[in-house]
Design a protein around this ligand. Sequence first.
Ligand SMILES: NC(=O)c1ccc[n+]([C@@H]2O[C@H](COP(=O)([O-])OP(=O)(O)OC[C@H]3O[C@@H](n4cnc5c(N)ncnc54)[C@H](O)[C@@H]3O)[C@@H](O)[C@H]2O)c1
Length: 422
Amino acid sequence: MNQPIRIALIGTGMISHRHMKVWSHIPEVTVVAAADIDERALKAFGAQYGIGEENLYTDFRQMLKRDDFTAVDVCVHNNLHAPVCLAVMKAGFDCYDEKPMSASYFDSKLIYDCARVTGKKLAVQISSMFSGQTLVAKKVIDAGKLGEVYHARVCASLWRRRPHADRDAAACSAAFQDRAMAGHGALIDTGIYHIGQMLYLLGLPELDTVLGQTCQRLPVGGPAWADSRHYARLRPMGVDEMGIGFAKFKGGLTLEVCEANASNIPDMGSSFITGTQGGLEYTMSDAFGGDWSMGMPPFGQLPEFLQPTLKFYGHDDLGFAVTVDYRPYENQQDLKYYDPEMMQWFDNQLHWYNYLIGKLTDETRYNTPLIALNTSLLAEGIVLSGERGGSITAEEIRAESKSIAMWHQETPWGVFDYDSTF
Ligand SMILES: NC(=O)c1ccc[n+]([C@@H]2O[C@H](COP(=O)([O-])OP(=O)(O)OC[C@H]3O[C@@H](n4cnc5c(N)ncnc54)[C@H](O)[C@@H]3O)[C@@H](O)[C@H]2O)c1
């Protein structure tokens, strides 16, 4: 790992700082320029990370005219992912797309196809892929320990299963709850992590039919969320706080999705995979962007919600029931931090860097664009099924999905018109 890469970053809001924490762990990567329509945020970002004013842009399209960097980290709101990623790749840069790939299947497909047409190296941030849980579950499944897998479930994050309105709303910018900017809520926020990880572990099965519903029923109140005295006058979220779905795949495999940013039930159970020989239960199925991005202290001090674990239920050679409680973090702590070969499977951005320099290839890397595209298809199926009031086939989702991206954006610097063709 010694090939320098110069990159630029678009969108200097909340998540960009976590990305910068990770870049600081990879000395070969230098962020040489940044763009944001919010000049104040942009200047503060430049000052914090030592990027001079001459390298800061309020119009990212001007920045893309430069030729002294090769890749761009995209950290804008959901419904700008497609317009910005397309502009980035069409301008000749490799692209890292913060999650969700996009808020609709149609827009995700545009990003996916644009990467194929331009030949640019695209990655989508799916931090749940980069956990010991994923590595171990994959090994268990590949070793045939579950037999034939026939059913699975993904469910909401434990830290959000609170009998209160959405906690995140207080921490994130208004765009998080704004339908025009975010598109949807829980389903494509935390949901994409759980669904993406599960679809990968199930071998990206081909979707057949989806029945689902999204809903927005609970009030939310920013910093007052926990104060029941204010509960009655809290305003509703602009996006769904819950997404429920049932998917059938070709061949008969089934998957339940139960995703919520908030609900009046403290525990919705756990995610699991069950097969003819054994089962895997995920405990703490959360992933927060990886340890590096969270600026975590050395292992052992990680809070419990950052330590996704697994339980295997099966049989020994004599047919007796066995349960194995596996805590990847406890077992791999030394390896993970000090062995770069291992760390590339524990961090999104290092993974992308290794892909950029050719150490990981299309064959060996996690194909996050394809995983994210499949995730988008299923999530969109849940949305469209709810709208039509009945089940929907994969073909119908592909046909009915529409762009909800922001192709004309009003900014303090005039209207930015984006081009969806490539
Ligand atoms: N990985 C995670 O855990 C995590 C957490 C929160 C958000 N996210 C994702 O990160 C993305 C950004 O969310 P956020 O919380 O950082 O939002 P944010 O509002 O804090 O930041 C977004 C930034 O993009 C800027 N922007 C808007 N239009 C722009 C344009 N045309 N050019 C340049 N900059 C532009 C905004 O001014 C803002 O500063 C979202 O897609 C969200 O889903 C991920």
